[in-house]
Design a protein around this ligand. Structure first.
Ligand SMILES: [Zn+2]
Length: 138
């Protein structure tokens, strides 16, 4: 497990200290982390699902599911891979970056978040990629 402070520092830097929802600059000590896909509905504590959030926006958002959560999870996943934040890939980093950038969809099963590109799936849990499955479309 990655320490909470480490996660917050990365997310805050990545988002340039701005609330993801209203764009306001916030000091680190006033920052909350928002689970973009709500935690109450199974959203995970991973870099691709956490965004910098001011307190008023976090209170307002509650458990609403943003319409663009798929696109945001994918974009933040690509960013986390490029930043070397998704660890343990069963392939080398250059290959992983290429795979991450080809991701087109994301879904969740009971234990993982699965990022899917054409002909492959990346299984992610706790900011680790622990399985890459390649398949061929019939
Ligand atoms: Zn805000």
């Amino acid at each position: 497990m990655i320490h909470k402070k480490t996660i917050k520092a990365y997310v805050y830097t990545r988002d340039q200290g701005k609330c993801y929802h209203c764009g306001k600059l916030i000091r680190l000590n006033r920052t909350t982390l928002d689970h973009y896909f709500p935690k109450s509905l199974g959203g995970t504590e991973e870099f691709f699902n956490l965004v910098t959030c001011c307190k008023p926006c976090n209170r307002m958002k509650k458990s609403a599911v943003p319409k663009d959560w798929v696109a945001i999870n994918i974009a933040l996943f690509k960013r986390a891979v490029s930043d070397g934040k998704v660890s343990n890939p069963p392939c080398d980093l250059d290959e992983l970056i290429i795979l991450a950038h080809g991701v087109e969809s994301v879904f969740r099963n009971k234990v993982n978040t699965v990022f899917e590109g054409e002909g492959y799936r990346l299984y992610v849990k706790e900011n680790k990629i622990y399985k890459i499955v390649r398949f061929h479309h019939e």
